[in-house]
Design a binder for this molecule. Structure first.
Ligand SMILES: [Zn+2]
Length: 287
C-alpha cells in the first residue's frame, strides 16, 4: 500500500519549535542564545501590560515586563514570531464571549500595529480554555493556540486550537526526550517528528537554572536534519502539506498552495523510503 508521510522543508525529518510567554526582560538572553544555533521561538505578548518606559527592575524582581519601545525592537527579529497572550493576561474561561472577543482583538490590533505584520497565534494565559474560548478565538482570526498540557512525544498537532506542547523546560523528562529526539532516527512508517518546548524565561532567573536551556540548545544544535521554526511556520507548513491533492492511486500529487512541501513515500517494506519535493502550485507524478 502506498504511504505518504510528512517530511519538513528541505526534506528534513525533524522540526523544533519553542514558545515563551509574557514578554519579559529575560527573553533577551534566550534570543542571544537562539542566534548562536539558529533556533526559532514564538513569543506570546500581553499588549496591555507593557512596562512604563522609565521602569527599572528591582534587584529582587523576578518577572519584569519590557516597555513597548523595547518590545518593538527586540522581537522584530528573524528568529522570532510574535503571538497574542491576551492583552491583559485574563482568565478567558471566566469571561463572557463578548469580553474574550474584545480582549483578543485588542491584543491582535495593538501587536499588529507595533510590528506591521498579521498576527494569528495565541498561547492561553494560565493555560486556561474551554469550548467557548476556542470559538471566540476562531472568530477573532486566531488559527492556533498553545495549551500547557505536555504530551512528552514528537507527534504532529491535529487540533490547532488545542496545540499541546512536548513539555515545559522544567519537565524532568526533558533531557531524555532531547537525547532521543536528536540521536534516534525517525521510523520509516512515521511522520516527521516535532519537538515543542515552552516556558517563561523569568523562570530561569527564579529557579536559577539557565543551564537547562543552554544544554537543550547545545544538544539540538548537534542534531542533523532539524528544521528550526516558529509556531506559525509549523502551522503554515503543515496546513499546506495537508492541502495536497492526490489522484485515486496516489501517484499524482498536486500542491495547490504557495508553499513548497516535502513528502516521504514508502511503497513496500522492502523498498527504501524516498523524499520528494512538491513545489508550490505544481503537480508531480511518481514513477
Ligand atoms: Zn502568561
Amino acid at each position: 500500500m502506498f504511504k505518504m508521510l510528512v517530511a519538513f522543508p528541505g526534506g528534513k525529518d525533524k522540526a523544533l519549535t519553542m514558545s515563551y510567554d509574557d514578554g519579559v526582560d529575560t527573553d533577551m538572553r534566550l534570543i542571544e542564545w537562539m542566534e548562536k544555533v539558529g533556533a526559532k521561538c514564538t513569543f506570546n505578548l500581553n499588549s496591555g501590560l507593557f512596562a512604563a518606559e522609565t521602569a527599572v527592575r528591582a534587584e529582587d524582581q523576578v518577572h519584569f515586563r519590557l516597555p513597548k519601545s523595547r518590545v518593538a525592537t527586540l522581537y522584530r527579529h528573524p528568529l522570532c514570531e510574535v503571538a497574542t497572550h491576551g492583552s491583559i493576561h485574563p482568565f478567558y474561561h471566566k469571561l463572557p464571549t463578548s469580553s474574550i472577543l474584545c480582549d483578543i482583538l485588542d491584543d491582535r490590533r495593538a501587536l499588529e500595529e507595533l510590528f506591521g505584520r498579521i498576527i494569528r497565534g495565541h498561547a492561553y494565559p494560565y493555560g486556561a480554555f474551554n469550548d467557548t474560548v476556542i470559538e471566540a478565538l476562531q472568530q477573532a482570526g486566531i488559527v492556533y493556540a498553545r495549551t500547557t498540557r505536555a504530551h512528552r512525544s514528537f507527534i504532529l498537532p491535529q487540533d490547532w486550537l488545542r496545540w499541546d506542547p512536548t513539555c515545559h523546560h522544567n519537565n524532568p523528562q526533558l533531557p531524555e526526550l532531547t537525547e532521543r529526539f536528536v540521536t534516534q532516527k525517525v521510523g520509516r512508517d512515521e511522520d516527521g517528528w516535532l519537538f515543542y518546548l515552552w516556558g517563561h524565561t523569568y523562570e530561569f532567573r527564579k529557579d536559577n537554572n539557565w543551564n537547562i536551556m543552554k544544554t537543550f540548545l547545545e544538544t539540538v544544535s548537534q542534531g542533523k536534519d532539524i528544521w528550526f521554526a516558529t509556531n506559525i511556520e509549523v502551522y503554515e507548513y503543515l496546513t499546506a502539506w495537508r492541502s495536497l491533492v492526490t489522484s485515486a492511486d496516489g501517484r499524482i500529487l498536486y500542491n495547490p498552495t504557495a508553499t513548497d512541501v516535502w513528502i516521504k513515500t514508502c511503497e513496500r517494506s522492502s523498498k527504501p523510503t524516498e523524499t520528494i519535493k512538491i513545489p508550490a502550485g505544481e503537480a508531480v507524478s511518481l514513477g
